[in-house]
Design a protein around this ligand. Structure first.
Ligand SMILES: Cc1cc2nc3c(=O)[nH]c(=O)nc-3n(C[C@H](O)[C@H](O)[C@H](O)COP(=O)(O)OP(=O)(O)OC[C@H]3O[C@@H](n4cnc5c(N)ncnc54)[C@H](O)[C@@H]3O)c2cc1C
Length: 383
């Protein structure tokens, strides 16, 4: 089935696929092994607008619609999920909040640098005691008489942490107010008191420099506050709705990559003097993969279409994220099974897809949290 809703989307898919295969295909395994972020490839992606996918043209972005955005993340992740992660986090939870909630001055100051990739963006919500429960944030920002702030705290598991030039920091500004106690600050990496911790030694997504970020008496003027004081929860929830489209696209790309590798292998590998694809069980695995990937893609593009038509899309994005990440994990697991012992070896890319897939069920809201979002919407509708 043709999943490119129009010619524009066909062109985006073809262009990104060619780029990903040419620039990342041959090195994806090495990047994973060495846990190395490919700065040389990122340098080529800047002028091609990968860092400004949905940023308006007036700020130097590509102003793509959400389906084109999802296709881009999907195609990068089909080859190198860790680079798909860099791009989706930068675009959807790094740049998007500034576009949606920033003042004109903040947009003019930061969006051109984000769009060109000169500054890579990061989203810093998670802390040691604040994971699924964002209300547990302990990083705090204290205002002085002039309304400027000093931020103190430690953020963990920051995607792009080791390479980012701009971090959105969630910090408590009104400790006694559970609903409007948190605010978001735009922090530049060269600011005093900002430092990067060790890069995490991760199971998958190893080419992304995920790290902690330390803030020690980091001084920020009031023009670094995103939205109003107390807008943290609102900005966080809206941002994660958008972010989930990107993680769903990432899961879909991983599933697609693992599926294609399985087809190739099943046709090639001979046992009992026949290709293993001729065994009914293996063919059934491939049929299930194909069906689930198509269903995942439809859910994802529906969320994108709702977003682009200005309709509520939070529930659809949560469904897409929940389902696409589950399909990524299941497809990668079956891909290893189809490859037998070779699938468990680093010689074959399905081993990397298997490790990369799992985290799509964890970040930007675990699958349990997605079910909370979906069930809340369902129950509200039926009452
Ligand atoms: C590679 C990687 C990159 C990441 N990148 C970022 C980033 O860029 N920025 C950022 O801010 N964070 C990032 N994270 C953090 C990620 O978003 C959190 O790990 C995730 O939100 C879960 O939080 P936690 O790890 O504290 O788990 P916990 O919240 O402690 O959850 C543990 C388990 O309990 C379950 N659970 C918790 N509460 C409930 C509930 N109410 N009902 C049912 N089950 C529940 C969870 O679903 C999970 O299964 C990243 C994490 C990883 C691994």
């Amino acid at each position: 089935m043709d999943f490119n809703p129009c010619m524009k989307h066909k062109v985006v898919r073809k262009t990104v696929r060619e780029f990903a295969e040419a620039e990342l295909g041959a090195i994806a395994a090495e990047l994973d092994r060495e846990a190395r972020f490919p700065r040389e490839v990122a340098g080529k992606m800047g002028p091609l607008n990968y860092f400004g996918l949905q940023i308006p043209r007036e700020y130097g972005g590509a102003a793509l619609d959400s389906i084109s955005y999802a296709i881009t993340v999907e195609e990068l992740s089909r080859v190198c999920p860790a680079m798909g992660l860099c791009i989706t986090v930068h675009n959807s939870v790094g740049a998007f909040p500034i576009l949606a909630f920033g003042t004109q001055a903040q947009k003019s100051r930061y969006l051109p640098e984000l769009a060109s990739g000169e500054r890579i963006g990061a989203f810093c919500l998670t802390e040691a005691n604040a994971g699924s429960d964002a209300g547990g944030v302990e990083t705090h920002a204290v205002a002085d008489d002039a309304g400027n702030y000093r931020i103190n705290g430690t953020k963990i598991f920051v995607t792009n942490g080791g390479i980012c030039g701009l971090a959105l920091i969630f910090a408590v500004t009104a400790p006694d107010d559970p609903k409007r106690g948190a605010s978001v600050f735009i922090v530049e990496s060269e600011m005093p008191g900002y430092s990067v911790g060790e890069i995490e030694d991760l199971c998958g997504m190893r080419a992304n420099p995920v790290s902690s970020i330390f803030l020690e008496d980091c001084p920020v003027t009031v023009d670094h506050l995103l939205g109003k004081p107390g807008d943290g929860l609102k900005i966080g929830l809206k941002t994660l709705d958008t972010g989930r489209i990107g993680i769903a696209a990432q899961g879909l790309g991983i599933a697609q990559g693992a599926f294609e590798a399985s087809i190739r292998y099943a046709k090639e590998r001979q046992q009992f003097n026949r290709p293993i694809a001729s065994f009914q069980t293996i063919a059934n695995y491939l049929a299930d993969m194909a069906t689930e990937i198509d269903a995942a893609r439809l859910l994802l593009y529906r969320a994108c279409a709702l977003k682009d038509s200005g309709k509520a899309f939070g529930e659809a994005a949560a469904m897409a994220k929940l389902y696409c990440s589950a399909v990524a994990v299941k497809t990668a697991d079956k891909a290893v099974q189809i490859h037998g012992g070779y699938g468990y070896s680093k010689e074959y890319e399905v081993e990397r897809f298997y490790r990369d897939a799992k985290v799509t069920e964890i970040y930007e809201g675990t699958s349990e949290v997605q079910r909370m979002v979906i069930s809340r919407a369902v129950l509200n509708r039926l009452v």
